[in-house]
Design a protein around this ligand. Structure first.
Ligand code: ANZ
Ligand code: ZN
Length: 854
């Protein structure tokens, strides 16, 4: 190589755009199905096009890019796509605030963000890019919706939903965080509304079971969160007969055990009402049934109003409902606030004791869980205990613990543990755990109860009263009622040029040309649904669309799915643990059952990366601590930015942004550059006439270090420990400097360049060219280390006891002092001299001797 090379400086601003253009021109990241090659599908969660790429994004995509480039070097056919989760509120808010149409705002942002990502040199197959707000994408989502509607998996119902006053829309449970809106942090209210739901509960059991069987490659933390969110409880349901008001109704014979009803005859002042004559409860402790002394209902339970109606309690009940409905779901679930309740003016019967027990509405009972009704056992449930104390209700002990004796008059808290049944008729003396089964069987035989399971998971409310989303393909006809749009009429396209005022409900509801349609059934007058779908619907199946993004005969091309799916490695934030990551599992199972794909789970391995924080908090506009990708790339170049976002912390941990760190990374790249430049001036850099390799493989020590570096970097990339992989490259560079360019082999230099390439691909590509390669670094294979070459050098250590030479040991050169000392004490001839004597001191003279003083 000519001498002027030494003069050449490292100029990221020149190198990077050059190679980015080359990679694109040569289609190096474009992939197609190739049955002869092993595939690897690497996916980062698709971004929302907010208009800004900050370091949080950068970290996410760079982590993915290192893995993708490493897999390519290993010979995999790597699918690494990118797209945009393009529907959602910010676009609409921009329209309201700035009068710019959401579509325009969104596509402008996408263009800008795409250019930023390209400047980072990430290995995307851009031919597969799509935005979910494009009709060519959401038409298929509408088709999936129709198929789900056909099967009853999409349905409309009136129920309590989460209403965000800030966003002016309904939210799914997964979008409410501790009672606040996930997006705008407003306090969420509970409202009765008619909304569209996906029947995710139909898949609750399978979603739960597959966590154990099919998600071994997911972080345990996420698996636990999903299990808890699904929240399966095994228990029993029990019917408690209601007493009618004095003089009304008669005993209903639908409950066989009540006819004749001897056990409670004495307790019944009135008789049982006909019709809906019982309250059904869900309990995990049927063994405590004999201790149920009152009944607690959720304030939204329909029986609360019904029972109170016309009684002197009606007003108080109404007031209670009003103050309780204000408490959000999360607070009620936590149950740590003061117990509050009201007598609804009615009684029911404990079906096994026959005693008459009062019915209360209580603030700690949730309508959406179990049946919305709880049999209260104050002696054995702490919430019931506190409630009973407050309202002076009877406490009856039915479980006696082994260790001490419970007395209902003196106990200061509920006993919730196991024990022996007492005051429980024929079941006395049974151990509580056995009684659960026995009592449930008894209730089952009598037709008043039985085993059941309850899930915390609720159906997914997908209606949004907002404009910028995929229209729900439904039509309401005056005559035919709810009619699905016919498949041939898809997509239902979102109208453009809509007026945004930010007031008075969904903008779509005011677009006459959109709303007014003919009924597909009878051709009569009809109206379109104006709700749009939750944006989490788009992200529930986008990973499938990437496999065949231009397919026009359906949502997915099955052949492409069979080759590319499942996603081998998915990378994204932990905040999606129970929202997105449950929804996409649900959609996978639904699409499987619709025979669109043959797959049970979408993602084999999941990695959740930490956040990028600055000055102690997460980067956000409101905090004003955003570091943009653009500024950093301009100043240091993409390779430096990439290295820093990987080096500063392991991927799962939060990364604290600091400017010294990035400077350090830049200096490291300069160091690599300078070394290679120096080496290029040495004789061994020029290939020998025979095409041989300069000085071959170099001295054994150099060889060992080279192979050690390969081993460490390979293993660390495999474990996603990118920070330590980079540290190993730094160590290797230090070693090369110590060795001196004159003594460094071509093999060592080429190894350095390739192991650096996933992290800093542009500089690696440039250096690769400068060292004489004519093909892209992307076409070169990942080096394999030779275990034989890594074997450590050893050294001889002399061992003395009280200053007299006794033995010698052989030990690796990098063994630490503790290892050496303990090995010394165990040496054969040493043992003879120290046995039975107390060791006072062990002196170690590095690399020479150990003296044991006894
Ligand atoms: C009687 C009983 C006696 C209970 C006892 C516990 C101890 P998990 O394990 O979470 O499923 N429960 C049922 N439905 C409820 C609702 N909608 N809102 C609030 N609490 C509800 O909890 C099941 C237990 O939670 C049930 O068992 C019920 O109280 C209560 F000594 O029934 B238990
Ligand atoms: Zn009709």
């Amino acid at each position: 190589m000519e001498n002027f090379m030494t003069e050449r400086r490292y100029e990221a601003q020149d190198i990077e755009p050059k190679w980015q253009a080359r990679w694109e021109k040569d289609h190096l990241f474009k992939v197609a199905e190739d049955p002869k090659k092993k595939k690897f599908y690497l996916l980062e969660m698709l971004p929302y096009p907010s208009g800004l790429i900050h370091m949080g994004h950068v970290r996410n995509y760079v982590i993915g890019d290192v893995a993708a480039r490493y897999k390519m070097a290993q010979g995999f056919n790597v699918l690494h796509p990118m797209g945009w989760d393009a529907f959602g509120l910010p676009a609409e808010n921009a329209a309201i605030e700035r009068g710019i149409q959401p579509a325009k705002w969104t596509y402008n942002n996408i263009d800008y963000m795409r250019s930023q990502l390209k400047k980072l040199g990430i290995s995307y197959d851009w031919d597969r890019e799509f935005a979910t707000c494009d009709p060519s994408y959401y038409r298929w989502e509408q088709l999936i919706f129709l198929k789900m509607y056909e099967r009853g998996l999409a349905y409309k119902k009136t129920s309590l939903v989460n209403w965000c006053p800030g966003c002016q829309t309904v939210l799914a449970n997964e979008q409410v965080e501790n009672g606040f809106c996930w997006r705008c942090s407003s306090q969420v209210k509970q409202e009765m509304m008619s909304q569209w739901f996906f029947k995710i509960t139909e898949y609750a059991e399978e979603l739960l079971n597959d966590i154990d069987d099919k998600l071994e490659g997911w972080p345990e933390r996420v698996r636990i969160m999903q299990r808890e969110w699904i929240g399966k409880s095994k228990g029993s349901s029990i019917k408690f007969p209601l007493l009618c008001k004095e003089g009304e109704g008669e005993v209903d014979t639908a409950l066989p055990h009540l006819n004749p009803p001897p056990a409670y005859a004495k307790a019944t002042a009135g008789r049982l009402t006909k019709g809906r004559n019982y309250i059904e409860i869900f309990t995990t402790r049927p063994d405590t049934l004999f201790g149920a002394t009152f009944m607690s209902l959720a304030c939204e339970h329909p029986m609360v109003r019904e029972l109170a109606k016309g009684t002197e309690h009606e007003k108080a009940v109404q007031k209670f409902i009003e103050r309780t409905a204000k408490i959000d779901r999360a607070t009620r679930l936590a149950g740590t606030y003061d117990k509050d309740g009201v007598f609804v003016g009615a009684h029911c019967i404990n079906p096994v004791t026959g005693s008459k027990i009062p019915v209360y509405a209580a603030n700690f009972v949730l309508m959406e869980y179990g049946t919305g009704a709880v049999m209260a056992v104050p002696a054995h449930d702490q919430r019931d205990f506190e409630f009973a104390k407050k309202y002076n209700l009877p406490i009856k002990v039915v479980i006696q613990p082994k260790e001490h004796h419970l007395d209902s008059k003196t106990m200061t808290q509920a006993y919730e543990g196991e024990g022996t049944l007492v005051n429980s008729g024929a079941f006395d003396g049974l151990w509580s755990v056995d009684a659960i089964e026995k009592i449930t069987a008894h209730l089952n035989k009598k037709g008043i109860g039985g085993p059941t399971v309850s899930f915390k998971l609720k159906d997914w409310c997908l209606s949004r009263q907002r404009y910028w989303g995929a229209p729900i393909p439904i039509i309401y006809c005056e005559k035919c009622g709810t009619v699905p749009v016919s498949e041939k009429d898809l997509p239902v396209v979102l109208p453009q040029d809509v007026e945004f005022t930010g007031k008075g409900g969904s903008p779509l509801a005011k677009v006459e040309s959109f709303i007014n349609v003919k009924c597909p059934n009878c051709n009569g007058k009809a109206r379109r649904e104006t709700d749009t779908m939750d944006t989490f619907v788009e992200s529930s199946w986008y990973m499938f669309r990437y496999a065949s993004p231009h397919f026009e005969k359906g949502p997915v091309d099955k052949k492409a799915i069979d080759y590319w799916l499942p996603v081998d490695q998915y990378i994204g934030g932990i905040e999606h643990a129970v929202g997105h990551l449950i929804y996409c599992r649900f959609f996978t199972k639904v699409m499987r059952d619709l025979e669109m794909i043959a797959l049970d789970e979408p993602v084999l391995n999941l990695m959740t990366q930490g956040m990028v924080i600055k000055d102690g908090s997460k980067m956000s506009k409101s905090k004003g601590n955003i570091v943009t990708c653009d500024d950093m790339v301009k100043k240091y170049g993409a390779d430096t930015v990439r290295l820093f976002s990987l080096f500063a912390a392991p991927p799962e941990k939060d990364l604290d942004w600091n400017d010294q760190g990035i400077e350090g990374m830049h200096r490291f790249l300069l160091r690599v550059w300078r070394f290679v430049m120096n080496w290029l001036e040495t004789p061994q850099s020029s290939p020998s006439p025979q095409g041989g390799e300069g000085r071959g493989e170099g001295e054994p020590a150099l060889q060992r270090m080279t192979h050690k570096a390969i081993k460490k970097v390979t293993e660390d990339i495999e474990r996603y420990h990118f920070n330590t992989a980079i540290a190993a490259i730094m160590e290797f560079v230090n070693y090369l400097y110590q060795t001196g360019a004159e003594a460094v082999s071509r093999q060592a230099i080429e190894t350095l360049i390739i192991i650096l390439s996933p992290f800093a691909p542009h500089v690696a590509e440039e250096l690769c060219g400068l060292t004489g390669k004519t093909t892209s670094i992307l076409k070169q294979s990942w080096p394999v280390f030779d275990p034989q070459l890594i074997v450590e050098d050893t050294m001889q250590i002399v061992i003395q006891v009280n200053g007299k030479l006794r033995d010698q040991i052989t030990i690796p050169v990098d063994a630490n002092e503790d290892e050496i000392k303990s090995k010394a004490q165990g040496a054969e001839k040493v043992v003879q001299h120290i046995e039975g004597r107390q060791i006072k001191k062990i002196i170690y003279v590095p690399k020479k001797l150990v003296n044991i003083v006894v």
